[in-house]
Each structure stands twice: as structure tokens, then as C-alpha cells.
Design a protein. Structure first.
Length: 261
């Protein structure tokens, strides 16, 4: 965990929270309580997207927002200690579900996003998987809590007693022959099926995972959580909570206090 910035009053800690998705990059500045201090800025995710361009976009967004003393970035993929092990969308030629560009894959592999963002913005940086940041904004820090984000694909983060578990990209595992969880529940399928049939898949996903995790609470977030139909919501169970997509930015402020595994 990067060192917390020195300040005379913890309430003065302003965090630039950046949520990097497959279709858009949004950010805002929040105080220690998670209260926004500006109107959020959102820009389309540019493609092709080498690491240097992502850092440039984050810096450009920061220039449009009030000053901060630290920055949190949530991005898709496997991130370990701020270093990219794998990211699914940013290695493609033109975005999600397009062809992988080998040159981009090579640039992103082992790229230290945390160090690059910190150096460019001149402040401490924390880079985590986007679902992990989302989870930091909603968990109760009690029991076993699973966070699933429904968006371009399927994001996940697991917490036990408020402690973040090592990230697993099980969304890339097959849910049936030739189809991963990402593909089964992602935005392309939601558009193809419509919200009704897609919501049935969400229910099937939850029912299938419940005996695997035995969670105390499951949080469903991400931009598409609001697309779940009322009839599907009734079938999800009392242990499932729908959370707003704004948690992705609120979590940027709270992620600094997460005890990591």
C-alpha cells in the first residue's frame, strides 16, 4: 500500500478517484468521507490505448478537477501491487471484443501503472482492479462479502472482515462450452438479449455462485446493475444488495484504508 500523504487533518485528504472502464473513463475528487467536491468528469475510453495514453488521459482529467493529494485508479484486469499482469480491453485494437494487438499486449504486460500515474501527477497513487475499488465503496467490513460489477464484462472482488482477498479473474473461466462469464453476462449479450432475458442470466449467475462462496452479502454494482428487471430483483434473495455505480468513485477515497491480503 502506498504511504498515506501527510496532512494536518484527515478530513483534508482529497482523493482523485479514477474509474477506468472498457467504454469510458470517469473521475472526481472526494474527501475522506467520500463526498464529491465537483461534478464528475467522463470521457470515452480511447482506442488503441497504450499505457502512456491512459496516463495522459488521467492527467488531462485531473486538470479539469479540483486539486487532490492522492489518486486512486481502478482498471479492468489482474493488477498486483499496481503492476499490470493482464488487462482484457486495453490490449485490443478498437475496444472490447475486437482483435488483440500483440504490440499493445507486450506494452501492457508488467507495466507499473501505479508508479507511472504517481510520477505524472506528482502525488501518491493506488491502482487496483476496478471491482476492488468499487467494493471499497460499499462493503460493511463484516463477514464474507462478494462484489460483482456488471458492465462491459463481469468484475469481481472478495472481502473477508473488510480485508481484500487476492484478486481472481474467474470471470474468464467458462460458464459453458466456448463462453466465459464475461461473455455470458457482459454488455454485448445484454444488448442482444434485452434486459428481460439478460436479467434471467443474472439470477442464474447468482444462484450458481451462492453455493461456491456462501457469502454473507453479495453486492451487485456496475453500470448495468440498474438494468436488472424488477421481477429478477425479487428472485435474487435478501443476501443480495444492488449498489449504485457511483460507488466506483466513492471507493477511490476509501480504498486507501483497506487492509490488503
Amino acid at each position: 500500500m502506498p504511504e498515506r500523504p501527510a496532512t494536518t487533518d484527515p478530513a483534508d485528504l482529497r482523493t482523485l478517484a479514477v474509474d477506468c472502464g472498457g467504454g469510458g473513463i470517469k473521475a472526481n475528487v472526494l474527501d475522506a468521507a467520500g463526498t464529491a467536491h465537483a461534478t464528475a468528469v467522463r470521457v470515452p475510453t480511447p482506442y488503441p490505448l497504450p499505457p502512456s495514453l491512459l496516463v495522459d488521459v488521467i492527467a488531462q482529467i485531473a486538470d479539469r478537477l479540483p486539486p487532490a493529494v492522492r489518486v486512486t485508479v481502478g482498471m479492468p484486469g489482474m493488477i498486483r501491487r499496481g503492476v499490470v499482469v493482464h488487462t482484457p480491453h486495453y490490449i485490443t485494437r478498437s475496444g472490447p471484443r475486437s482483435r488483440v494487438d500483440p504490440a499493445l499486449a507486450e506494452q501492457w504486460a508488467s507495466f507499473d501503472v501505479q508508479a507511472a500515474v504517481s510520477e505524472r501527477l506528482g502525488m501518491p497513487a493506488l491502482v487496483l482492479n476496478d471491482a476492488e475499488v468499487h467494493g471499497a465503496g460499499v462493503i460493511a467490513a463484516s463477514g464474507l462479502e462478494l462484489v460483482l460489477t456488471l458492465g462491459t464484462g463481469l468484475g469481481s472482488a472478495l472481502f473477508h472482515g473488510g480485508r481484500l482477498a487476492p484478486h481472481l479473474e474467474w470471470s474468464h473461466a467458462p460458464v459453458r462450452r466456448g463462453t466465459t462469464y464475461d461473455e455470458y453476462i457482459g454488455e454485448v449479450e445484454r444488448r442482444r438479449l434485452g434486459n428481460g432475458l439478460w436479467s434471467r442470466r443474472v439470477v442464474a449467475l447468482v444462484d450458481g455462485l451462492r453455493p461456491v462462496f456462501w457469502w454473507d452479502r453479495l453486492y451487485l454494482g456496475g453500470g448495468n446493475s440498474r438494468q436488472i428487471t424488477p421481477s429478477a430483483l425479487e428472485r435474487l434473495g435478501d443476501d443480495v444488495v444492488i449498489v449504485p455505480n457511483s460507488a466506483a468513485l466513492v471507493g477511490g477515497a476509501r480504498a486507501w484504508d483497506l487492509p490488503l491480503a
